[in-house]
Design a protein around this ligand. Structure first.
Ligand code: SIN
Length: 356
């Protein structure tokens, strides 16, 4: 254990020393772009087509060619990992992507990774990677709200900024980042907040980490939650993840969704409750019955901001439920899937929700 600790410290020290020396010597960083599809690789019928276009059409080489300025800030290479619209992103895609990122970052000749991605689930992929990437080197996830063929497409500048950040010393150890619209956000806290506008990515109350201005990243804060090398999750031997689903709440909701998800084999359920994660009277017995069958229940909120307080709107100790803290339901699903690869103990899982 002690030897492992010393080895890790030494590796970290060496990495920091080499990266700092490279920057001091003026060497351009080596950044690998992993392309997965999305609107950043989308094409439309005309230059004014900004809705109704087709996502995931342009290959990684053409994405790179479209931004010759990348050559000024990094040695860039590209790999086409998938070519999909991000609503089709699956657990299996995430495992493949995370393993590729870990393999690349373990190489001494790779300084950072950029992932081009559809914006619809970018926050989920980014948070998954934040929990399972085993490196302090920068990982930046980037997308675009306008297809590559649009007037004022945002993809090229977003890609340029993402590569700049991924090759920077400032981004080392900050966890997985989402860089869009000149802003740098932490994977854990960022969400898509508008269906179509280019300023859609916000960490609202918890705040952005910084900006990219004047060809430079400017960081003002860092997430206090553990990530990357400091998590207990390891995907290297995983080929699938436990089934975790989300049951959404609304006025007049009944137990149908909860019962159906449990019958379909869910090992965990995120209850996207109203307000502070309240449990409607018609849903509570279904959730209790699910828990009695061994399904882990996490109380989250559909509100999008704020803490779901333990033993607030429900007696979680008595029900043996977990609360999501400030994670939105889609991110709570990711943490619960990973938690279930380690334990079924609700106290342990609650600890993880307060740690990551
Ligand atoms: C997608 O998420 O793949 C389509 C939408 C987008 O990238 O903005």
């Amino acid at each position: 254990m002690f030897l492992k600790f010393i080895r890790t410290c030494f590796a970290l020290f060496l990495f920091t020393l080499c990266a700092a020396a490279a920057h001091a010597a003026g060497r351009l960083p080596n950044v690998v772009i992993l392309a997965t599809g999305g609107t950043i690789a989308g094409t439309g019928a005309t230059s004014t087509t900004t809705v109704g276009y087709t996502a995931a059409k342009v290959g990684v080489d053409d994405l790179i060619k479209a931004v010759p300025e990348l050559k000024q800030v990094a040695h860039v290479t590209g790999e086409q990992v998938f070519q999909i619209a991000s609503e089709n992103m699956s657990n299996e895609h995430w495992l493949t992507l995370a393993k590729r990122v870990n393999t690349l970052l373990a190489r001494p000749d790779v300084d950072g990774v950029v992932i081009t991605h559809g914006t619809d689930t970018i926050e989920e992929t980014a948070y998954f990677l934040d929990l399972v990437v085993k490196s302090r080197k920068p990982v930046v996830v980037v997308g675009a709200m306008r297809p590559s063929t649009a007037i004022s497409a945002d993809g090229p500048i977003n890609l340029y900024n993402a590569v700049l950040v991924a090759g920077s010393q400032e981004a080392v150890g900050k966890g997985v980042l989402v860089v869009m619209n000149d802003q740098i956000n932490a994977a854990r806290d960022v969400s898509k907040t508008n269906t179509t506008t280019t300023d859609t990515f916000k960490a609202t109350e918890l705040g952005l980490l910084g900006y990219v201005v004047g060809n430079q990243p400017h960081f003002y804060r860092a997430s206090t939650r553990k990530h990357t090398v400091d998590t207990e999750f390891d995907v290297s031997n995983l080929t699938s993840l436990p089934q975790v689903d989300i049951a959404y709440t609304y006025a007049n909701v009944g137990p149908t969704a909860v019962n159906a998800l449990v019958a379909a084999g869910a090992k965990g359920l995120i209850h996207a409750g109203v307000g502070d994660g309240s449990l409607p009277i018609k849903v509570r017995p279904a959730l209790s019955a699910a828990r009695e069958k061994g399904v882990i229940i996490v109380r989250a909120s559909r509100v999008g901001q704020g803490i779901v307080a333990r033993n607030g709107e429900a007696n979680d100790d008595q029900l043996d439920f977990v609360v999501a803290d400030t994670l939105n339901p889609q991110k709570a699903r990711i943490l619960l899937m990973l938690a279930l690869t380690k334990t079924n103990d609700t106290k342990e899982i609650q600890r993880m929700f307060y740690t990551y």
